[in-house]
Design a protein. Structure first.
Length: 189
């Protein structure tokens, strides 16, 4: 009995599928979808579709990297990222991946706050910021020059590709993810 019902159901579904696939309504729906044209940009962005919120997003991005130049202002740094386990970023080497706010805090306290680390200057080139139409998520990319000294020697990141994702949390933009990388063709061997 169950087998006969199952076979009947399969035959009925197959017949329904053939009927639906050959129906004119489906073709009309496809035509309607093709007629919808997305004119202009899909997001708010810093190139050709600005929004006032992009200024705040840029402040957050800059705070996350410029905090050390500003007298090692950890409140500035910690306030730019999400303070939970969702914070994640790749560094330029595989050993230094950050997964969670506590990893980030440990890196900050154990390395950047050392007396023998000195931040000198940050230069951000070709900064491109995009904000979703919902205005709750944003992402960026740029080329970063981060000039520093460690134990009296240059410890610079030059021409580093830097990208990331932010989300608006309780009326403040916070970084959730970052990625730093160096183009293989620019790495000195």
């Amino acid at each position: 009995m169950k087998r006969a019902c199952l076979q009947t159901l399969i035959v009925w579904l197959a017949a329904l599928s053939v009927t639906v696939l050959s129906a004119d309504e489906i073709q009309d729906t496809v035509v309607q979808c093709e007629e919808v044209k997305m004119g202009g940009p899909f997001t708010f962005n810093s190139m050709n579709n600005p929004h006032d919120e992009l200024v705040e997003i840029e402040k957050t991005i800059r705070a996350s990297i410029e905090w050390a130049v500003h007298d090692k202002d950890t409140a500035m740094s910690y306030g730019s990222v999400v303070n939970n386990d969702e914070l994640f970023f790749f560094q330029t080497d595989s050993r230094s991946t950050i997964a969670g706010f506590e990893d980030f805090r440990n890196l900050t306290e154990k390395f950047f706050m050392r007396d023998d680390f000195k931040a000198i200057k940050v230069v951000i080139k070709d900064l491109r910021i995009h904000m979703s139409p919902s205005m709750k998520t944003a992402w960026w990319s740029c080329i970063l020059d981060d000039y520093n000294e460690f134990q009296g020697k240059p410890a610079n990141w030059e021409n580093v590709r830097w990208s990331g994702v932010l989300e608006k949390v309780e009326d403040n933009w916070r970084i959730f993810q970052m990625h730093f990388s160096k183009a293989e063709d620019l790495i000195e061997k």
